[in-house]
Write a protein that binds this ligand. Structure first.
Ligand SMILES: [Zn+2]
Length: 232
């Protein structure tokens, strides 16, 4: 039975290692996914801001064009005006509109530059998102491949494991499982030089003597299963 227990734990530890290997890929995938989500959100925000800029730009241009049309009409009408009072009033209005339109024109040009610069920034973030997405897809592919590969290996190992398990006393088996699930991956260790190789504490001599009679017993300190190595 002792040999079966030792062999079973070896298989269990091999399965642990294979699963940890996949865990690394999953961890890497999650990390890239977090970056991807953040960058995608940043890109969406930038796109919304850019849309708002385009709308504002269009509104400003529309206003400018309207005022220009009005100016053209006023300039044509001013010569038909009879009284000096009305002429002066219209002249002031035309000059005022000319001033405000000149200001508006500067604002429109500024807005146009800002809009173009913003688009460059947006393109840069878009490129980052594309690159992170590629990385994410490649990692996902690797993770899926690894998962597929190990699934068959683990199945094979679990079949092997069952062969050993059937030879182990039920009480010891449940203790082993409990220790492995709650505390230590190395639920079974040897006694060497009178110490438990799990916690490195001394095993009382009477207990060590008793251990020669029973194949497997528990460490009084760490509760791991212990066995005595017999030299060939
Ligand atoms: Zn111990």
């Amino acid at each position: 039975m002792k040999e079966s227990l030792i062999a079973m734990m070896k298989v269990d530890q091999e399965i642990d290692e294979i699963k940890n290997n996949v865990g690394e890929y999953e961890q890497k995938y999650r990390e890239i996914k977090t970056t991807y989500d953040l960058k995608t959100k940043e890109l969406t925000d930038l796109k919304n801001q850019h849309e708002a800029m385009i709308s504002e730009y269009a509104l400003m241009k529309e206003k400018f064009d309207l005022e220009e049309t009005r100016l053209t009409k006023s300039r044509a009408r001013i010569n038909e005006i009879k009284t000096n009072f009305e002429f002066q009033a219209m002249k002031r209005e035309i000059e005022s509109t000319e001033r405000s339109n000149a200001e508006l024109k500067v604002q429109i040009e500024q807005m146009s530059t800002e809009k173009d610069q913003f688009l460059e920034q947006l393109k840069a973030v878009q490129e980052e998102v594309d690159s992170v997405q590629k990385n994410l897809e490649a990692t996902k592919k690797m993770m899926d491949e690894k998962n597929g590969e190990i699934e068959s290996v683990v199945k094979q190992k679990e079949t092997e494991r069952k062969k050993y398990e059937s030879k182990i006393d039920a009480d010891i088996l449940s203790t082993y499982k409990l220790i492995r699930s709650r505390k230590f991956a190395d639920a079974l260790v040897a006694i060497e030089d009178g110490t438990c190789q799990g916690c490195h504490m001394n095993i009382p001599p009477q207990m060590a003597v008793k251990s020669l009679q029973s194949e497997v017993f528990q460490c009084p300190h760490c509760q791991r299963l212990l066995y005595t190595k017999v030299d060939d």
